[in-house]
Design a protein around this ligand. Structure first.
Ligand SMILES: Cc1ncc(COP(=O)(O)O)c(C=O)c1O
Length: 451
């Protein structure tokens, strides 16, 4: 079979990194050829473990079989779902009926949150002329979208000593700098993810409000990817309020909140996401969505439009269970010598591995001066059977001096230490988390630490 094309592929597509998850999954497959320590512990992918609620499964099968849902639907989603979702948001964010509020007409339904993000970048960022301020490390699909759309990411370094919160002072200094004003690439938005992928960091309302004020001051959009909004916890570990920006009378002028039905409602394969924005923006997104999706899949939209209120207890229960699992994870991992959970929340934990690993290449038979997170993640997966994602998957290559010097803002140098792994804690049961402790100890032995 020929691998050649008689036509060319767009340079921006050719230059974009291939999806990284399959690379990590291949390490797991390699372990299974010789599973020394027993079953493979898959902690790499942020997907829900359990099946959707049975009422959702039942409604999905009913509406998929209905010829009416095989027809095209409204571009920005079923009106009933938009209204029902607005109601859920009002309840979750405890929005008091004021000037702010969220209404059905502020909601757009897309074919997943990733598509919502691409749509937004297409709508707001002219290719080759736009930049976006985004925390580093960042979610790789967002970086891939920037690359595909020729949008320049300006990386706001996260504070490794403060739960990987992005530095607002670096962002402000950059936006105020006189050099920036002469550049022909202009910042269009600040893009945050809370709870974060990959770090699990959850930003407080006060922190999010500060970013909102900064965006407003510089006439930028504040994009909040809230895919994991259902897993924000309050002080008791119950489902909490993600932020209070929807109470701002003029939130529609600055804020765009993205959501997903993949995690809370556990239907990633049915592909439903949401955009909460003012109708003045949604009007333009409709144009793009018409070309990309015409409409989001209808059976899951119709199925959910009457079920959402009845699923609140299910959401609360999953959120609570995940909160407990995160606590267990912290306890297990922090008890192993040299391992440290540096931030955790939502679906993910960001974990630093023992610093001795960095110079253990001869112990492991590798000819390398230093070992980075990709080396460690690969050894952990192929030899010990624990699949995670290396922090390097969420950063530009440490060897790319040009990007680190020009596009990573002040304070980012420390991230080059590249000593973190992302663990996904949502798609495993507690027993897998418990088994993780002995495996990490085996890893320490393999890397020449301890007995
Ligand atoms: C931050 C973030 N945004 C978006 C998505 C994709 O969501 P969806 O399945 O709705 O496209 C993910 C999935 O992992 C994610 O982590």
């Amino acid at each position: 079979m020929s691998n050649l094309l008689n036509f060319s592929v767009a340079p921006a597509v050719e230059a974009t990194e291939a999806p990284p998850i399959p690379r990590a999954q291949a390490w797991g497959v390699e372990y299974l050829e010789n599973p020394t320590y027993g079953e493979l512990l898959g902690l790499s992918q942020g997907v829900p473990k359990s099946a959707p609620h049975e009422s959702v499964l039942k409604a999905l099968s009913e509406f998929s079989a209905d010829p009416l849902s095989a027809k095209y639907g409204p571009i920005l989603g079923e009106t009933k779902l938009r209204e029902a979702y607005a109601e859920e948001i009002k309840i979750q964010y405890q929005i008091k009926n004021g000037e702010g509020n969220v209404k059905g007409e502020d909601i757009g339904i897309t074919t997943g949150c990733n598509m919502a993000f691409l749509t937004l970048i297409m709508a707001l960022c002219p290719p080759g002329k736009s930049s976006v301020l985004i925390p580093l490390p960042s979610y790789f699909n967002q970086m891939m979208v920037f690359s595909l759309q020729s949008v320049k990411p300006i990386f706001i370094p996260c504070d490794t000593l403060n739960s990987f919160k992005p530095s607002i002072s670096s962002a402000r200094e950059y936006l105020n700098s006189s050099d920036r004003k002469t550049e022909n690439v202009k910042p269009k938005m600040i893009c945050l993810v809370s709870p974060n992928n990959p770090t699990g960091s959850v930003y407080s309302h006060e922190e999010i409000k500060e970013w909102y004020e900064l965006a407003k001051e510089f006439k930028l959009a504040l994009i909040l990817d809230e895919t994991y909004r259902d897993f924000v916890e309050d002080d008791n570990g119950d489902r909490g309020i993600p932020h209070r920006l929807f109470e701002e009378a003029d939130w529609r002028e600055t804020l765009v909140s993205l959501g997903s039905f993949s995690k809370g409602y556990r239907i990633p394969g049915h592909r439903l996401g949401s955009i909460i924005a003012g109708p003045a923006l949604l009007k333009h997104l409709t144009t793009i969505c018409d070309c990309m999706q015409i409409c989001a899949p209808r059976p899951p939209q119709i199925a959910l439009s009457t079920l959402l209120p009845s699923l609140r207890p299910d959401l609360a229960e999953s959120s609570k269970a995940l909160s407990k699992r995160r606590n267990l994870f912290k306890e297990v991992v922090n008890s192993v010598e040299g391992w440290n959970v540096v931030s955790i929340g939502g679906y993910f934990a960001y974990v630093s591995f023992p610093s001795d690993y960095t110079f253990a290449s001869s112990t492991i038979g590798l000819k390398r001066k230093k070992l980075g997170s990709e080396d460690i993640a690969k050894i952990l997966a192929t030899r010990i059977g624990v699949v995670t994602l290396p922090g390097s998957f969420f950063m530009p290559p440490t060897s790319d001096d040009e990007v680190w010097e020009n596009d990573v803002l002040k304070g980012g140098e420390i991230l080059k230490e590249d000593k973190w792994l992302r663990f996904a804690v949502a798609n495993v049961e507690d027993d897998v988390v418990i088994k993780l402790g002995p495996r990490l100890k085996e890893m320490n032995k393999l890397m020449g630490m301890g007995e």
